[in-house]
Design a binder for this molecule. Structure first.
Ligand code: AMP
Ligand code: MG
Length: 481
């Protein structure tokens, strides 16, 4: 590994050095060899992956640390948070010379653990491991993980579960909440911290007239693009608190996430989200709200030659990029999923008509885009109660495509519609087996989700392609992790 230990160069008030505390009976869960290669892991590191991913081996080049941050949780100021169970154990260069954080989740107590035990359970580790892998393969900017380990140590949640650790990778673990903490508790650090964020993550902004405004605009645009990806793929993050959003716009800390199955935009996947703040359909507006809260923290960085009120206005103008960026990416992506030409004036309307059918008929989002792609129109229609609504959509759809190069549109469709997402019941099956020390289903899903846009008949099971029948009880995803 080639180290680039840059976070420890920040003011020490921003973190606490802390060694991981290994679990009893740590043992292999799953290893992502391809990612380890991408991160230039040596053969020796690969042989020792269980030790590294269970906190037994730490690196001389990097003293592990827990980061402090703050946040707004479910819309309320939550004060100081900080990583209560995750340690930054290295920053390394990948094959493209990009700096990547190695972050060990479930590594024991830190000064920021509050009431928690510093641990993660196997159930939530498998969910995050497979979802991070799936999102990356789907082309959604996201954290990922090199591997996870399990143990024989019991960890108490609603019931006693197995403790586990996961070695997460991300281009950053700097959250919007980092700025909130600094602004609230150590405002003297704000200027230098912001400067470092720009140098590390947005160096192209350094040469602009107002680097801070350019930086803010980029963070806003990247977040909008990330959320457009989520909407297109049918992903609901579940806990979009400001401490769970990264400044790079890569998906982070998705605990009780869900991949949408039947198209219910107001579906609540996180059962502690009583008011439905973080439903699928709310994600764009919550992203906007989080960024608005975040921008307040840049107000003190007003340059001397600019009046405060004007500076505030300029910051507010940065946020005006959110909606057009989101809409541009979302609309373009939706047209691609539909195989409709981007320039045609009726393409977006037609796509919305399809979504309305999915919603009123409670059809599966992923499965029915694939049926559309395969021109299995009868299968969609058979699942509809209102055949006329579908026929009228289909007439419009075929009419728009009539005079187009459909070969090219179909090719774009195939690259935009996954056959496989991580349905809750798929993850659940893998977890139940893994809790009995059988990781074969984790391995199968890992392989299947590596190539979500390719049909893999030799690997897939019928239940990977559809939601559970509607008369079966939905799997309740516990938000404890
Ligand atoms: P989350 O909602 O999982 O992002 O967690 C919110 C905050 O609580 C973060 O600062 C976490 O590090 C912390 N936290 C969550 N679970 C635990 C735990 N079991 N032990 C200690 N801290 C935790
Ligand atoms: Mg978090």
């Amino acid at each position: 590994m080639q180290f680039n230990a840059r976070y420890p160069s920040l003011n020490p008030k921003l973190f606490h050095h802390q060694a991981p505390k290994p679990l009893i009976g740590a043992k292999a869960g799953h290893f992502n060899a391809e990612l380890a290669n991408q991160l230039n892991w040596s053969d020796e590191d690969k042989v020792q992956w269980v030790e590294i991913c269970s906190g037994q081996k730490i690196f001389e080049e990097f003293e592990p640390l827990a980061m402090v941050y703050a946040g707004h949780q479910f819309g309320q100021w939550a004060g100081q948070l900080g990583d209560g169970r995750g340690l930054l154990i290295a920053q390394i260069l990948d094959k493209n010379q990009k700096t990547i954080d190695l972050h060990l989740k479930g590594a024991g107590l830190t000064p920021y653990s509050r009431m928690g035990d510093g641990r993660a359970v196997l159930r939530s580790v498998i969910r995050e491991y497979l979802a991070g892998h799936a999102l990356n393969a789907l082309g959604v900017p996201s954290s990922n993980a090199v591997g996870f380990t399990t143990s024989t140590q019991g960890v108490q949640r609603e019931k006693l579960e197995l403790g586990a650790m996961m070695l997460r990778t991300s281009d950053s673990h700097i959250r919007l909440g980092h700025f909130e903490w600094i602004n609230q508790y150590q405002p003297d650090l704000l200027k230098e911290f912001t400067q470092k964020c720009i140098e590390w993550h947005y160096s192209e902004c350094l040469d602009t007239e107002q680097p801070i405004l350019a930086f803010a605009t980029k963070v806003i645009q990247n977040t909008a693009i990330m959320i457009s990806h989520w909407q297109l793929i049918g992903f609901a993050h579940g806990v979009m608190n400001t401490d769970n959003l990264n400044i790079t716009g890569s998906t982070l800390d998705f605990g009780p996430y869900g991949f949408l199955e039947r198209f219910r935009p107001n579906w609540i996947n996180n059962h502690s989200d009583h008011q439905g703040r973080y439903t699928y359909q709310q994600q764009p507006s919550i992203g906007h709200w989080n960024l608005w809260m975040w921008l307040n923290n840049l107000v003190p960085l007003c340059p001397e030659n600019i009046e405060k009120e004007i500076w505030k206005e300029q910051l507010a103008q940065c946020l005006e990029h959110f909606e057009p960026t989101f809409l541009e990416h979302y609309q373009q992506g939706l047209k691609q999923k539909m195989g409709l030409p981007s320039f045609h004036k009726d393409s977006f309307d037609c796509a919305m008509a399809f979504l309305r059918i999915l919603q009123t008929e409670q059809l599966d989002y992923t499965q029915n885009f694939i049926r559309l792609q395969n021109k299995e129109y009868e299968l969609i229609k058979d699942d509809c109660l209102d055949h006329r609504q579908f026929e009228s959509f289909l007439a419009q759809y075929e009419n728009i495509r009539k005079h187009q190069d459909t070969d090219e549109l179909d090719q774009i469709m195939r690259a935009s519609n996954p056959h496989y997402i991580l349905r809750n019941h798929m993850a659940q099956k893998a977890i139940e087996l893994a809790e009995r020390n059988d990781f074969s289903e984790v391995e199968r899903l890992f392989k299947l989700l590596s190539h979500p846009f390719q049909k893999q008949p030799e690997l897939e099971k019928p239940e990977d392609l559809a939601p559970l029948p509607s008369d079966q009880p939905e799997i309740m995803v516990s938000c404890s992790s």
